[in-house]
Structure formats: structure tokens, C-alpha cells
Design a protein around this ligand. Sequence first.
Ligand code: SAM
Ligand code: SF4
Length: 327
Amino acid sequence: MIVDSFGRIHDYLRVSLTERCNLRCFYCMPEEGIVLRNRAEFMTAEELLKIASVFVNMGVKKIRITGGEPLVRKDFSHIISNLGKLPIELALTTNAVLIHKYIYDLKQAGVQNINVSLDSLKESKFNQISRRNYYPQIRQNIDSLLLEGFKVKINVVLMKGINDDEIIDFIEWANQYDLQVRFIEFMPFQGNNWNLERKVSYAEIIEKVSGYYGLSKLQKLTDSKNDTCKNFMILGNYGSFGIISSITNPFCDSCNRIRLTADGKIKNCLFSQSETDLLTAVRKGANIEHIINDSIMSKKKERGGLSSFSNELVKELRNRTMVAIGG
Ligand code: SAM
Ligand code: SF4
């Protein structure tokens, strides 16, 4: 088992396949884009599979594929089909622009849980946030995933004055489609112009929802162990909604996550300012188990060691952009 110095067992690996993306969501990808690096700096499919197998041998039970946009990787089918052979739960986070090309591969690999990012139900606003024009394709692909029986969760990053007027619309939409929508508090990363006032907090979301439906209709659901999301439903509705309150109520106590970036670095926390290079070690033929253990042992108790998310502290943040970490 991979255990940190606070006794937290780490059995969930999030692997980024690429730093590239076919969208440019302004909260994730800096306006100027990211510097494209040489292909040799990134894990090949075989290196990725080798590293993933080591993690699985060490006790990882779930792998989520993410990015950047994982589906822009040309060898996605090969990677997913091989990861599907490991004795794990395999899941995917995607913007769904290209999902129509991979439904068969995802099924074959045994993927059931797919998280799709969609920050607005209004085409023009979605295009403004993502700086691209794929809204109709994404909506069609969400429909296809539901028709094919995948368990779909929709991720919405809420931002003041941008999409916070759509909380109820999303809940009603989730009800119609019998899916879960998860509202994520806007988080700070390098180059994303974050400030505390732009986030929509857990408390504000609850206030808005209970103001609309009435507090008595808001039902708290039981959250699964290690869930980063506080889950709710509206009595009488089919769909449910959740809140990921990374800023106002972080879930560090039960954290079981390890991140592996597309260039083969371990990040032991989304907000950690240091990384551990696994890819170079693999290329040298080294045994990486102790490197993994050391990295997790050095994990900080909360928020990668940040004491809070104040505007001042965040200015000092030395972290990758979200697109380069793998959310
Ligand atoms: N491209 C895929 C997608 O958009 O789902 C996978 C990668 S994306 C980085 C993973 C998740 O991180 C998405 O749900 C996205 O909304 C979320 N995310 C990115 N930047 C964020 C930020 N600054 N605050 C909160 N969530 C963020
Ligand atoms: Fe791309 Fe996902 Fe980031 Fe949007 S959130 S820019 S889709 S990686």
C-alpha cells in the first residue's frame, strides 16, 4: 500500500495523457496558451503503461485518465485498451469534443464512469469560456454517452458573474437527464487570473438552491469514502448535484489521490509546488517503487502546504497551469 506520513492510503491515480487541448477554457489554459514541448519529454504509451502497472502492484485500485484533453492523443485507443487489462476501476475526464470517436474503445476497455466538463448550457457563453465553438458536438456526445449507458457526471466550474446564474438551470437539466452535475469552486493556478472574489462558494450554492426549492426539499446524500464531492438531491427530482469545495472546505483529510503528469512527474497534491520525476528513472531502468513511496511520504497535510487561498498567497504560487497538471 502507498501510505503517507498522516496514514492516508493512496489508491487512486489520476494520469494525464497530454498537456494539449482542443479547448482553451480561460480558467485552465492561460490566454497565451502553453509552450509546446518536444514529444520526447512526455511518456510514451508503453512508459505510461509500465508506470501505471507499478502503481497498481503497489495498491492503486482506480485510475482516472485526464489531461489536457486525453482524447486528443493519437494513441488513445491503444492506451485505454491496455489500461483496461489492469485489475482496476478505469475512469475518464474529458471535454467530450471527440467522444464520438471512442465510444466503442471505452466500452471495450470497461470504462463506465465518465466526467464531462460543461460550464454553461448557453452556447454563446460556453464558447466564450472555452474560446472555441464545439457546443453542439459536445451536447450530442453527452446524449450518446447516456444512450450507451455510461455513468456521466457533468463538471461545472462556477465563476461569479459568468455562469453563477445557471446553478438552477443545471440542476433542472440534470433532473431531465437523470445525471449528476458537480459544481466546482474556481481554483487558483498559474496564469488563470484567479482571485477569491471570483469563486462561488459552497455556502453560496446551498443558499441559492435552498432559496429556490426551499430548504426542506434539499436532501443530503451519503458521500462515498474519499469522495471530494458533497452530494445532494432535490426531493422529487431524478438527477442529483454535488459541490466540490476545494477552496472553502478542502477534503484533504481523506485524500487518496496521486497525480501523474503527462511528462511523467508525480504530484502528490494538486497544489504541491514540488514534483518527483518518475519518467527519467524509468528510462534509466531504475526501480521506481521507493521513489513513489518517498514522494507520497513527503505529502503535506493540506493544500500542498499552502496555509490558505488568500489573493496575496496565491500570487506567490509556483505551480503548473491546470492543463499541464491534469485535473
Ligand atoms: N479536458 C478535460 C476536461 O476538461 O474535463 C480534462 C482535464 S481538465 C483540466 C479536468 C477538470 O479540471 C475539468 O473538469 C475542469 O473544469 C477542471 N478545472 C480546470 N481548471 C480549473 C480551475 N481553475 N478550478 C477548478 N476546476 C478546474
Ligand atoms: Fe482543456 Fe479541460 Fe482545460 Fe478546458 S478544462 S482547457 S477542456 S483541459
